[in-house]
Design a protein around this ligand. Sequence first.
Ligand SMILES: [Zn+2]
Length: 168
Amino acid sequence: MVDGSKTDLLGSSYLLYDWTQKLKIDVPLESIEANFDHFITLRNLIHQCFQDFAYKREIDPNHLQAVNDFIRQFGIYPQIRPEPTNFPSLSYESKQLNSPLLHHIVQSFFEVISQKKILDRLKPCENDDCVLLFLDKSKNKTRRWCSMTICGNKIKASRFYYRNRHPL
Ligand SMILES: [Zn+2]
């Protein structure tokens, strides 16, 4: 939510590029522009699965299948590579889709969706005006908002306001 209206924070290739910069992911803007539609399609498919789990604690098999169809459509496949540490690394590649960032997103999705202890920490933000999901990494799994500075403070401020306007 931005200024009270639902806003897509990745609504253009430049906004997506900006997001990668904030996360210190090195991706050229040209690569993002060339693959922008695929990013948004994949984001929406993943969001659908994560929303199922965050709200209902079970994922519609059709939503998982839609991600599988995307992966199959673009021929994305796993590769195991040797590393100097002797622990091989797993990465994803595609001959049809030249976008390491897209492959990395697929890999991250698999990591979250296939590990119960990570997926169990997926939650919706408790601010009703917010559509974001987050991974609760707190020790006791008690985190309630996507961001304390944005949604947490907003809710606390509104409760404080309500209490003071409507004393019990
Ligand atoms: Zn939020």
